[in-house]
Design a protein around this ligand. Structure first.
Ligand SMILES: [Mg+2]
Length: 422
């Protein structure tokens, strides 16, 4: 029965061509930046040469003609092409543009899996209008993405994720390809076994040693032999993939959290600066904890408070770096709060963070001066996880009668309200 269902699925992979470079170029163009389009000149997006030995993360087609490859060091690339334009990566921008594309795909179907920063699977099986002519749907998608966002994508279409992925890798850029099961013998099997998804360098080396050089030869190989050679799980996967077999579903990614914040209402007016600061810090503790728990780093921070007359005061600022560090959030919040507080009685306060990126994105990004707190805060988080929030608190809270960590509402609840009031 499952094979009937399998045949009915229509899955697409949408893959941004030279993503970082396309995004950088499209963004500059939309901003009306001077100079030639990065895509029309030899250019790369790559790490900072001064700070560390950066590598080429994306290249233009003219740069490729100089023999520049992704993964080259920036130094190597510049030797290959002395008049190369080198652009430092802007991960926050790429993350935002990646999300914008996913939001657009969700207009088509709710079943969207953001597979990587520049690749998303969609399952359109539920829509007869879209599946009637899948290639037409793919072409329509490509055109609409180029029109809306100013960059090109490849679209791979099939009845499962593996084949859609393999189809997407065929000729680039700006192409729609299909690889349905009935096309496997023609389009997949002649390819070098190194082209197969998940076949890494060592696997390919071992396969070649057995005289298996094409995906077709792997597909015909004896499964028992392959599973003995590569262990059961990996061996079966290789045989399945070579035969175009993959039953994994398109996993709907949850819409991204746009902001993480925390607020509280107090039952009396706070007028003492020390007390206001302690409440603020207790809010920051939870914001930092929530950022770390969700694996996010914030690029902007906002503070608001409300007085007894329901007067509202707020300020948002862009941070010079991305952070999930409680100490950083406390320090900046205290400063911003000092700037906006008119010494009126406080009834409610809030701290929120936005412009969120995943924490792993930061590793390649700017680092802040607060890295030493990473370990301390990880320990504090685990203590609080095991023994409750009050197991450890800042010195200022001792004998203050105030809780060191204040939990209010959670993700995403501040931004719309805050902005409507600003
Ligand atoms: Mg790509």
């Amino acid at each position: 029965m499952s094979s009937t269902k399998e045949n009915k699925r229509v899955i697409m992979l949408i893959d941004v061509n030279s993503a970082f470079l396309s995004w950088e170029a499209a963004y500059r163009k939309a901003q009306g930046a001077a100079g030639k389009d990065l895509r029309d000149i030899p250019s790369i997006v790559g790490g900072d040469v001064q700070k560390r030995k950066g590598i080429v993360l994306a290249k233009s087609i003219p740069a490729k003609k100089y023999g520049i490859s992704t993964g080259d060091t920036v130094g190597e690339a510049m030797r290959k092409c002395p008049n190369l334009t080198v652009v430092a990566p802007n991960y926050a921008l790429y993350s935002a543009l990646s999300d914008a594309l996913v939001d657009f795909l969700r207009e088509l179907t709710p079943i969207v899996e953001q597979y990587s920063v520049d690749e998303s699977f969609i399952d359109i099986s539920g829509s007869p209008a879209l599946t009637a002519d899948p290639v037409k749907t793919g072409d329509m998608l490509r055109c609409e993405i180029e029109k809306r966002f100013g960059y090109t994508v490849n679209v791979g279409i099939s009845s499962n994720k593996l084949l859609a992925k393999m189809a997407c890798e065929f000729e680039k850029p700006n192409r729609t390809h299909t690889l349905f099961p009935e096309q496997i013998a023609d389009k997949l099997w002649p390819l070098d076994v190194g082209e197969l998804f998940m076949a890494g360098r060592r696997t390919v080396y071992a396969l070649r040693e057995c005289g298996i050089n094409t995906i077709g030869e792997l597909a015909c190989a004896d499964r028992d032999f392959i599973t003995r050679k590569f262990k059961t799980v990996r061996g079966n996967m290789l045989c399945d993939y070579a035969n175009g077999i993959d039953n994994s579903p398109v996993l709907e990614s949850r819409p991204k959290i746009k902001s993480i914040g925390n607020s509280t209402t107090v039952p009396y007016d706070i007028t003492a600066p020390e007390e206001a600061t302690l409440v603020l810090l207790s809010l920051c503790e939870m914001v930092g904890k929530r950022l770390r728990a969700s694996g996010m780093q914030a690029g902007s921070l906002g503070i608001f408070y409300r007085n007894f007359e329901f007067g509202h005061c707020a300020k948002t600022m862009k941070l010079p770096f991305f952070t999930q560090c409680t100490q950083t959030i406390c320090d900046i919040s205290e400063r911003v709060f000092g700037e906006i507080w008119k010494r009126d009685g406080i009834r409610a306060m809030g701290v929120y963070t936005a412009d969120l990126v995943t924490a792993d994105a930061r590793q390649m990004m700017f680092t802040d001066d607060y890295e030493k707190y990473d370990t301390i805060e990880a320990v504090i988080d685990s203590l609080r996880e095991s023994y409750g929030n009050d197991i450890i608190m800042r010195g200022g809270f001792v004998n203050s009668g105030l809780s060191g960590v204040r939990g209010g509402t959670g993700e995403g609840s501040y931004l719309p309200r805050m902005h409507s009031r600003l």
